[in-house]
Design a protein around this ligand. Structure first.
Ligand SMILES: [Zn+2]
Length: 274
């Protein structure tokens, strides 16, 4: 990772969704490792990161990194693509995550996530995905934590499912649904988070959504190492590139990058209780 690139734009954003334990942060694209990169980003003004797990094994990693950095927080949950992981089924993984969440302060757990439905990769296990999703929505409601929702090509079912839990709070991460669905979610207290996708030239629909989300419900994220914004599309993403996503959001909303930084930081603190 080049320091020159990180020094060229502001890093003063709160990244509501990243995966800093991913092996790409320890490979040839970033030979110094995730911790060196995060240290540099925090020196440059990064406001905070929610480090999001996809399985029980990842949950242990996000907690370890959260304990290492004052402004890194953990989200623990089983992603719909990880119903089986490390020899554990999702029911066992959720039970172990429940045990971690019982020490939520010590483990710096800010949310249950990412959880949800993914019909892009698989549609043959919809019932198991749904069961995994609702068990974790119930866990989040029981212990009073917000949730981070992964919804890929499953908008209708994700929407119907969260409506069954009116007491649940949380965010639809890297939102890809319609403006109408966003309005309905916002009415019910949900937050909408935008990734680098909003900066892509062909992202017409998502720019429309970005224009209608009210100031008090918008979040910004990298989904690092994935979804690098234009002009870095396809390369290793990191929180030092939120500026480019914020610029696209500012254009869509007719405001400034500084305003996007301020409102998304305030909303992250409010949602995640930090
Ligand atoms: Zn993610």
């Amino acid at each position: 990772m080049s320091f020159e690139e990180i020094n060229s734009v502001s890093c003063e954003f709160f990244d509501s969704h990243a995966h800093y334990y991913d092996e790409r942060f320890f490979g040839e694209e970033n030979p110094e490792g995730a911790e060196a990169l995060l240290s540099t980003l925090f020196e440059r003004g990064l406001l905070g990161v929610v480090n999001v797990s996809a399985s029980y094994a990842d949950a242990l990693k996000v907690i370890e990194q959260a304990k290492h950095f004052e402004r890194v927080y953990a989200a623990v949950g089983v992603h719909p693509e990880e119903l089986e992981n490390g020899g554990l089924g999702y029911i066992e993984q959720i039970e172990r995550i429940r045990a971690l969440a019982q020490s939520r302060d010590e483990n710096k757990i800010a949310a249950i996530g990412e959880i949800g439905l993914d019909y892009y990769w698989r549609q043959d296990n919809k019932a198991a995905q749904a069961d995994c999703f609702v068990r974790q929505l119930e866990l989040a409601c029981e212990i009073g934590l917000p949730v981070i929702i992964h919804d890929r090509e499953a908008h209708g079912d994700c929407f119907e499912t969260v409506l069954c839990y009116p007491e649940a709070r949380g965010v639809f991460h890297s939102y890809s649904g319609s403006a109408d669905m966003a309005r309905e979610l916002i009415k019910r207290g949900w937050y909408i988070s935008f990734s680098g996708v909003v900066s892509f030239k062909n992202a017409v629909k998502i720019k429309e959504v970005a224009a209608v989300v009210p100031d008090d419900r918008i979040l910004i994220e990298t989904d690092a190492p994935y979804l690098a914004p234009h002009p870095f599309r396809g390369s290793l993403n990191h929180s030092g590139r939120l500026f480019y996503t914020a610029s696209a959001l500012a254009d869509a909303r007719g405001t400034t990058v500084d305003n996007i930084s301020a409102i998304t930081y305030r909303n992250a603190k409010s949602l995640f209780g930090i």
